[in-house]
Write a protein that binds this ligand. Structure first.
Ligand code: DX5
Ligand code: ZN
Length: 218
């Protein structure tokens, strides 16, 4: 897969003007919209949930990349699928064992959605090796999930080549946390093909330039 998928995280958007904020990145060349769902248990923060995804779906036909940072993902997959998520990414750490992770993957697939599995900074890439042929995307967190605007953790990027070595051609390797021009270049050169960026995109005066620059970092 050669194309680089840029997925702006609306966590850094102005929620009072969410429709405008989405249209802004769409017009600026964003490929997907990244929606960070936090439950206050899996991560020490609470963000947005199903009703917001539903409202976004009514206003845009963009691909909705939904990052579930929640406990018990199984319980909520169908709701997010119905609300209009296109890709549902859950955390391997939110599952007790392989059986449970496989159940979540099967459930997402049975809803007709693309499947993603994510690892936090302290989780080894091997934790997702059993699922690499079953999922569409692996999300490598390069900050502790929970907040936007944190510093990129360089060690985490070294998981990218480990995943790439063990993955098939079509697996999307996405990176999330602390992405800017410099860290994007590092991740893309290590083999990532999708970048999530929140503060770097939404704090910028020239969103089209920022997105275009990120796409041309390889
Ligand atoms: C963090 C979220 C990220 C976050 C990234 O828990 O998963 O998607 O919005 O924000 P930046 O790009 O500002 O690090
Ligand atoms: Zn995210």
């Amino acid at each position: 897969m050669n194309e680089i998928i840029i997925s702006p995280s609306i966590l850094s958007a102005d929620f009072m003007n969410l429709e405008k904020e989405i249209v802004k990145v769409q017009n600026a060349g964003a490929d997907w919209i990244h929606i960070d769902v936090m439950d206050g248990h899996f991560v020490p923060n609470i963000s947005i949930g199903v009703p917001v995804v539903k409202s976004i779906r009514k206003k845009t036909d963009m691909f909705l990349d939904t990052h579930l940072m929640i406990e018990n993902p199984e319980k909520y997959i169908e709701a997010f699928a119905k609300a209009g998520s296109d890709l549902i990414t859950f955390h391997v750490e939110a599952c007790e064992n392989e059986t449970q992770a496989n159940r979540v993957i099967d459930l997402i697939k049975s809803c007709g959605k693309k499947t993603g599995i994510s690892i936090k900074p302290n989780t080894k890439p091997e934790a997702v090796f059993p699922y690499l042929d079953k999922v569409d995307l692996v999300l490598v967190m390069t900050v502790e999930p929970g907040f936007g605007g944190q510093e990129f953790m360089h060690d985490c990027a070294l998981k990218i080549p480990r995943l790439k070595e063990n993955a098939n051609e079509r697996l999307i390797i996405q990176v999330d946390g602390g992405i800017n021009n410099l860290t994007a270049k590092i991740c893309l050169s290590l083999g990532a093909n999708s970048l999530v960026a929140g503060s770097f995109i939404y704090n910028s005066e020239n969103v089209a330039k920022v997105i275009n620059d990120l796409k041309n970092k390889r």
